[in-house]
Ligand binder design. Structure first.
Ligand code: ATP
Length: 446
């Protein structure tokens, strides 16, 4: 007997089940289209057999007149399959990026906000989608990360995203859906060939398939190779970065890279390492031109002040160290009186410390404390080191110039009794003063 078209698909869902911890729910991302309706139907069978809890989520983007039809279809389908459905209504921000990208972002935010930690979301993307994603990335001139397309599995925001059918062609899904007499909604925007993906789907890929019948499989396979190469590069970059970050003994908290050691690497390695460090620090990676400009300046003179900026991040070179950071907002004028105890919020984060004792037994009530940005010219009396200019101390401690401008000093009359880098780093305290980490009063629930 010929195998049923959906047997292979069910087999893949059973493989996906093995990736999902028992006791946790599986969710189907249900758009109402053919692929995800089929996914729901077959997942319901597979999960029932395996006695695993199944749920579904539909995101209503509210973007088109048909949105309510999609939602109603998803509701009916889930009711018949006895699968609990969550509908998330999202507001899509259409300003700035393209509408498809904005809808996708809103959708993923809804997935992350809805699924409890530990659960798994199954998405119905398939081989043809992967081929399109690969081509779109290639047409944007992407590197291996972009060409890798969609991963089979991704762990993010405490949930797992899984695409069980990434190796199956759309034709096989259509056949299975027909054999099951399934109903689904056709998204009218899928026909709009002014959208890049639709143009590829309806115009470009059919032409490619005429000459290369296995085009989708080949393109998806290239994406798979790119994904493997990308994973290898990531592994290599982690090791290299670890080595570079530990060259300098003083480099605590992996704050900077040794620029001289970085510049001794080949250009492709430099690019990879800077991009990887950005990703590790949760910063956007620099566009090509900015990256080249930064790398050209790696060997700048020790006293040169180099700052290369791009959307959402900046790189600074100082004393042949490369620092990557979020852009620094200009500081507002600010100062505050303080009793030394209450949690104090500075414009750049919580102070994070409180005073447990003051020098020369003076009391805050008689000599109020004043907290300001460092103005320059402060002197602090240090235990066993005597009176020291804060400026000299900063130079000796090799605190970078942009951090020096963002320090807070605690003054009592004209005496500096503490220097703090918000949020929460105590640099120096005066002899006789004792700062302790801020403790917060217990909040009682009404
Ligand atoms: N509005 C939505 N709500 C929930 N999941 C969605 C939604 N839109 C897309 N998805 C999920 O993301 C996958 C890929 O989305 P894409 O836009 O390529 O598919 P589609 O053409 O809308 O629907 P389908 O893949 O079901 O035919 C879908 O298969 C589905 O699992």
């Amino acid at each position: 007997m010929a195998p049923q078209p959906h047997n292979l698909l069910q087999g893949l869902l059973n493989d996906a089940l093995a990736e999902t911890p028992s006791g946790r729910s599986i969710w189907v991302a249900l758009s109402g289209g053919l692929d995800s309706c089929l996914l729901l139907a077959l997942a319901a069978q597979v999960c029932e057999q395996a006695e695993r809890p199944l749920r579904a989520i539909h995101v209503n983007h509210g973007l088109q007149a048909a949105a309510s039809t999609f939602e109603a279809h998803c509701r009916g389908l889930c009711e018949r399959a006895n699968v609990p459905l969550t509908v998330a209504e999202v507001a899509v921000d259409t300003q700035g990026e393209g509408i498809e990208g904005a809808a996708r972002n809103a959708r993923y935010e809804a997935f992350f906000a809805t699924l409890p930690a530990g659960d798994t979301l199954w998405l119905a993307q398939h081989q043809d989608d992967q081929a399109e994603t690969f081509l779109l990335a290639a047409l944007r001139g992407s590197g291996v990360r972009g060409l890798a397309g969609m991963p089979y599995r991704r762990d993010a925001h405490d949930i797992t995203l899984l695409r069980p059918w990434l190796t199956v062609g759309r034709a096989a899904l259509e056949k299975a859906a027909q054999s099951l007499d399934l109903c689904w909604c056709e998204d009218p925007t899928n026909r709009d060939i002014s959208l890049d993906r639709n143009r590829l789907r309806h115009r470009v890929l059919p032409t490619l398939r005429e000459r290369w019948p296995g085009a989708d499989e080949a393109l998806a396979s290239s994406a798979q190779h790119a994904s493997e190469a990308d994973n290898l590069l990531s592994e290599y970059a982690q090791q290299e970065l670890q080595a570079l970050l530990t060259i300098d003994d003083q480099c605590v908290d992996n704050q900077y890279l040794n620029a001289a050691a970085l510049s001794a690497r080949s250009r492709p390695r430099q690019r990879l390492l800077v991009r990887t460090l950005c990703q590790q620090q949760g910063l956007p990676t620099p566009p090509q031109k900015r990256l080249e400009s930064l790398l050209d300046q790696l060997t700048a003179k020790v006293d040169a002040k180099v700052c290369v900026e791009w959307q959402g991040a900046q790189a600074r070179l100082w004393r042949q160290r490369l620092y990557l950071m979020a852009p620094l907002e200009p500081l507002p004028a600010w100062e505050a009186n303080w009793d030394g105890q209450a949690p104090l919020e500075t414009p750049i984060g919580p102070l994070g410390w409180q005073v447990s004792s003051l020098p020369a037994s003076s009391q805050p009530s008689s000599q109020p404390l004043r907290v300001t940005w460092r103005q320059g010219g402060e002197v602090i009396q240090l235990l066993a080191r005597g009176r020291r200019d804060v400026k000299r101390l900063l130079q000796e401690a090799e605190v970078p110039p942009w951090e020096r401008e963002r320090l807070v000093v605690i003054m009592q009359a004209s005496a500096c009794i503490g220097v703090i880098a918000p949020p929460g780093k105590l640099l120096w305290q005066a002899e006789g003063a004792r700062f302790i980490r801020q403790t917060f009063p217990a909040v009682s629930k009404a």
